[in-house]
Ligand binder design. Structure first.
Ligand SMILES: *Cc1c(COP(=O)(O)O)cnc(C)c1O
Length: 409
């Protein structure tokens, strides 16, 4: 965190304007349109010469306050709040891509991100080049003059693969390519993306930030450091602001796609931000402890958590994320049938998708999140039939372990 600790920094973020009633937390401004004293002021606001609000698809005071808070704690140049993690990813890529470009990424991706790249963007003329992102040489060779970005997830799910971000960002920057990281799995109070050369961070705030699984949301956090964009419409903006990416996103793309966060959601996620670090610490500590206990059970074939010493990514994970790399782990049982039998017997842990809810959640990824992919596609993505994913909530390790043991018995 900057100078002050996360909570102090977050909680002291001022409103852009004083609330007339002195409300202590930012009110929910359910306003759609905003009134002006004069036609001249209206012109200035609509033409971008002042930053008054005009219409809530573009900016809203409550959403802006959430953006300001995130900006304050991350030190970013610009933050944009959208209505889902997928909206953050799609707005980012549509700002960067052009017909004829290519994107370097891995096959280890969140299911809808994968589909967005290979179906939606491919149909508009963007090619996807899949690489093994743990092999920097392969990544370097895949880049060329038409590369619009390098996109990755900091810990892939459910494979739990961790790439060396400093190495990849160096390769990308040497070749004039921005590094875009989906950091949903380790939130910004813990993982300082900018220190590892990430240019644009995308977050599904649906997950850790909303906490109690209240709302969908997404954030685009732009550090404003990268200035070699090859995207024609970004080149045209060069020199007009510190970040052509942020300018195009805010002045064109996000307005046209219309997926801005709504004020009620921003209010709830702003509350989530206040307890984010606290919840992360508790959930990640419990997750690590549970990972160790699961390893000792004979029915559990393997436990995949990058905070375990015998994990192949232990070293790089510790360097990038510290001792507690998140509150999600995967483990393998003997067969798909065993996975189902185990899941059906759980009493405390809930059978549901989503991550980092206050409740612990369990899912069988191959038959659900990746259920619409073919077996061959699943194999190419390293999604196995025997894998179970556990997202650890706020319950105690003792309660969770007891539930797991009784279900395995
Ligand atoms: C959930 C998730 C997303 C998508 O977020 P939504 O809010 O569901 O659109 C993207 N990336 C990762 C890593 C996720 O876990």
């Amino acid at each position: 965190m900057n100078e002050k600790e996360y909570e102090a920094q977050l909680l002291s973020t001022p409103y852009p304007k004083q609330d007339p009633y002195g409300a202590l937390s930012m009110p929910v401004y359910h306003a759609l349109a905003y009134e002006f004293e004069t036609a001249e002021e209206m012109e200035a606001a609509f033409c971008g010469r002042t930053d008054e609000h005009t219409y809530s698809r573009i900016t809203n005071p409550t959403v802006q306050h959430l953006e300001e808070r995130v900006k304050n704690v991350t030190g970013a140049y610009g933050v944009t709040a959208l209505n889902s993690g997928m909206a953050a990813i799609s707005n980012t890529l549509i700002t960067l891509a052009w017909s004829g470009c290519n994107l370097i990424t891995s096959r280890h991706l969140f299911g809808n991100t994968y589909s967005f790249f290979v179906n939606t963007l491919n149909a508009l003329g963007m090619k996807v080049r899949f690489c093994d992102l743990t092999n920097p040489k392969e990544v370097a060779e895949a880049m060329d003059e038409q590369t619009c970005g390098l996109f990755l997830e900091i810990i892939t799910n459910p494979q739990m693969e961790v790439a060396d971000l400093a190495a990849l960002s160096k390769i990308a920057h040497d070749r004039g390519v921005p590094l875009i990281a989906d950091t949903t799995i380790i939130p910004f109070p813990i993982f300082r993306a900018i220190d590892f050369g990430v240019d644009i961070e995308v977050v599904a705030s649906t997950k850790y930030i909303s906490g109690g699984a209240t709302t969908l949301g997404g954030l685009i956090i732009d550090y404003g450091r990268f200035n070699q964009y090859r995207t024609p419409l970004l080149q045209a903006l060069k020199g007009t602001s510190q970040s052509p990416f942020h300018t195009r996103l805010r002045k064109e793309v996000h307005r046209n796609l219309g997926a801005y966060m709504t004020p009620e959601v921003a209010y709830q996620q702003s509350l989530g931000l206040e307890t984010l670090q606290l919840r992360f610490e508790r959930q990640a500590t419990a997750c690590k402890e549970l990972a160790g206990k699961l390893q000792a059970l004979p029915q559990v074939k393997t436990v995949n958590y990058t905070g375990l010493r015998d994990n192949p990514f232990y070293g790089i994970s510790k360097k990038q994320f510290g001792n507690y790399p998140g509150a999600m782990l995967t483990f393998d049982l003997e067969s798909r049938e065993e996975c189902y039998r185990f899941m059906n017997r759980l009493k405390l842990i809930r059978r549901a998708t989503n991550l980092f809810d206050n409740r612990s959640l369990i899912i069988h990824p191959a038959s659900t999140i990746f259920g619409s992919f073919t077996a061959v596609q699943r194999e190419s993505m390293d999604v196995k039939e025997t894998t179970i994913r556990l997202s650890v909530g706020l319950e105690s390790v003792a309660s969770l372990f007891e539930d797991i043991c009784q279900a395995l018995a």
